[in-house]
Design a protein around this ligand. Structure first.
Ligand code: HEM
Length: 519
């Protein structure tokens, strides 16, 4: 008992512990990446926390990430145990949270089918078409820009996975998704409920004293209604449109997947594809409004290379170095996953410290990308840092081991499976938005500018800005006309994913399409 909570001598250093508790009493609940980055400055690129007798190892340098996550991927590809996730998703079938083993391998094999760099290219016409609707949505209702971006991501991933798009943010499946996602994230958020993974006997507490049991059931029912409802629709559809689940259904046996796995794989992809790209797109809009110099430079480049007689295309990116730098900078400035959780399946060592099997490893992406030793003024949104160096660091850190500009997608065997789709979505949306619109801070009743709050982000697992106010205007009547034209031209591609949509969605589409063609 005396030893419980005490830091073993072979572990990396860390904050002082208390008997039994270890560091539980100081373990940060919200925005933990800020406190972890603070401790990294104090204790170094690798430090440890004791949670009772369990170990949490936090790594905060590109080198530690390379050595531990990339090079030792076979030992660090596990995720920490998560009883709530196991209860909700039939024994842990959510690919993001799944333990490293046979089930995860089957799920990942299926995902590769649609998300390899080559396979991801098949999604591009649809991404362009959805982006055309995003632009038109903002042109029609600039005040709804925030949800227009979220609609884009949800509609895209619903179409890719289940072959059915979401024309509105209020489309039934999107509303149902955000409703359950909100409760699911709350359930998974460390500290919301009893720590059953750390104190396993809590699993046996009767339900009337363990509200988490009720919440798990609620999330499970809601997710099953949505994910398995969509699966059933795809199974019953008589005409195919090449969506992912059609392929999975045909090849499930070959990939070792039963129907439960198929449903949860589809569902997890909706979770992974919805709030990630949209958060980053909204964070970009917030950043270029808060740092107008970056907007000015991006638009000067777009005007010079593209002009106002056509909209940007993916191929233009080659000629747009500042836009490429801006895309890298937004990943660094507001990483979607500031912390990436892993678990060690065997002992490993780093810089003379031992990371024992079973330890939780947290890759502190925020800390790595906001280290003032490595980046000049890390809290400033400054794409120019990536014009000067491909990794955006100070000159003397460019060649540090492990430096790369896509750390925000993770690494090793569990690197983001959707990164190619995500990079394309982000690039075309950011190019289109900056080409077509002017973003300026909103004004208060006295006519004074309201300073955009770059710290107003939600307390959630994925880092997402809270809705913010500003003024959006098309950059010229010519730009507005091209946006309208492109929306109409996207119709045949979008229509392939409009079978089975609700009458309200169909009426909405018919209205906006006729308004666009009458204009
Ligand atoms: C800007 C957008 C995105 C970012 C920053 C992002 C980031 C991440 C990160 C950090 C991980 C964990 C990686 C690790 O453990 O090392 C991850 C996992 C994953 N992501 Fe993404 N993601 C994005 C978009 C997407 C999209 C659009 C999809 C689907 C189309 C997707 C599918 C996945 C999947 C399936 C995994 C699970 C990998 C596994 O555990 O085996 N992601 N993502």
């Amino acid at each position: 008992i005396y030893r419980v909570g005490k830091r073993e001598a072979y572990l990396p250093p860390g904050p002082p512990t208390l008997p039994l508790l270890g560091n539980i009493h100081i373990f940060p609940r919200f925005f933990a990446h800020f406190q972890f980055s603070e401790w990294a400055r104090q204790y170094g690129e690798i430090f440890s926390l004791k949670v009772g007798s369990a170990n949490v190892i936090v790594i905060s340098s590109a080198k530690a990430f390379r050595e531990i996550i990339d090079k030792n991927s076979g030992t660090t590809a596990d995720r920490p145990p998560n009883h709530f996730a196991d209860t909700v998703t039939s024994g842990g079938l959510n690919i993001f949270l799944a333990r490293y083993g046979e089930k995860w391998r089957s799920l990942r094999r299926g995902v590769h089918e649609i998300l390899t760099p080559q396979a991801s290219m098949n999604q591009r016409p649809l991404q362009d078409a959805e982006s055309a609707q995003l632009m038109y949505d903002i042109l029609r209702s600039p005040d709804d820009h925030f949800n227009a971006v979220r609609r884009f991501s949800s509609s895209l991933i619903l179409s890719i996975v289940f072959g059915k798009r979401a024309p509105r943010f209020s489309t039934k499946e999107v509303t149902a998704f955000y409703h359950v996602q909100h409760i699911w994230e709350y359930l998974l958020f460390p500290g919301s409920f009893a720590p059953v993974d750390q104190i396993p006997w809590l699993k046996y507490v009767p339900e009337r004293f363990a509200r988490w049991k009720q919440v798990c059931r609620e999330v499970r029912d809601l997710q099953r209604d949505l994910y398995f409802g969509l699966l059933e629709e795809t199974e019953k559809r008589t005409s195919e449109n090449g969506c992912f689940i059609e392929t999975v259904i045909k090849r499930a046996d070959e990939w070792g997947m039963d129907r439960e796995m198929v449903g949860y794989l589809g569902g997890a992809l909706i979770e992974g594809g919805s709030d990630t790209t949209s958060s980053l797109t909204n964070a970009t809009v917030l950043a270029v409004t808060a740092f107008p110099e970056s907007q000015r430079k991006a638009q000067e480049e777009l005007d010079r290379v593209i002009g106002s007689s056509r909209a940007p295309e993916w191929e233009d990116l080659e000629e747009l170095p500042y836009i490429r730098a801006l895309l890298k900078e937004v990943h660094r400035f507001r990483p979607v996953a500031p912390l990436i959780p892993r678990a060690a399946t065997a002992d490993l060592t780093y810089c003379g410290y031992k990371i024992p099997a079973g330890s939780t490893i947290i890759a502190n992406i925020w800390g790595i990308l906001h280290d003032p030793e490595v980046y000049d003024d890390p809290e400033v949104f400054n794409p120019d840092r990536y014009m000067e160096s491909d990794v955006g660091t100070k000159k003397d850190h460019e060649n540090d081991i492990g430096q790369r500009n896509d750390l925000t997608f993770g690494g090793g065997r569990r690197i983001c499976a959707g990164m190619h789709v995500a990079k394309y979505s982000l690039a075309i949306n950011v190019m289109n938005l900056l080409w077509g619109f002017e973003f300026t801070p909103a004004k208060n009743a006295k006519g004074e500018e309201i300073k955009p709050d770059i710290w107003n982000f939600a307390q959630a697992l994925a880092s997402s800005p809270n809705p913010f106010q500003f003024t959006i205007k098309p950059r010229s009547a010519k730009h507005a006309e091209i946006i309208r034209q492109r929306f109409l031209e996207a119709t045949p591609i979008l229509q392939q994913f409009e079978h089975g949509i609700s009458d309200d969605d169909a009426a909405f589409l018919s209205d906006i399409r006729s308004a666009a063609s009458d204009a």
